[in-house]
Design a protein around this ligand. Sequence first.
Ligand SMILES: Cc1cc2nc3c(=O)[nH]c(=O)nc-3n(C[C@H](O)[C@H](O)[C@H](O)COP(=O)(O)OP(=O)(O)OC[C@H]3O[C@@H](n4cnc5c(N)ncnc54)[C@H](O)[C@@H]3O)c2cc1C
Length: 75
Amino acid sequence: MTAEPLAEVKFDCEVLNIQAHEDCVRLSLPGNQTVDVPWVVAADGAGSAIRRSLDVETDGPGDMGHFLNVMFRAN
Ligand SMILES: Cc1cc2nc3c(=O)[nH]c(=O)nc-3n(C[C@H](O)[C@H](O)[C@H](O)COP(=O)(O)OP(=O)(O)OC[C@H]3O[C@@H](n4cnc5c(N)ncnc54)[C@H](O)[C@@H]3O)c2cc1C
């Protein structure tokens, strides 16, 4: 965990669940940890689990393609 005056940054940390409460938003993290925060910005990508958990729909054409990256070593 890294701290700086404006934010606490947790690297390599997956949000497993998110619950809205009267006075905070509670995030469930691995290892039975919870963090209470005043608000959340759902920046978890196009397939956002947070967006879906809040029943927020997307706008526009939606899925525009499927990609597969293959990394290999060869002569
Ligand atoms: C193959 C490919 C090529 C692309 N090429 C281009 C291009 O040339 N030009 C262009 O403008 N755009 C391109 N895009 C689109 C661009 O990548 C996305 O529009 C952009 O990355 C979206 O940014 P974002 O921050 O919203 O989400 P993302 O970049 O997807 O970041 C979301 C982050 O949230 C993290 N996350 C997700 N769930 C959780 C969770 N539960 N807990 C904690 N963290 C979580 C993910 O690990 C990820 O780091 C491309 C996309 C793909 C797939």
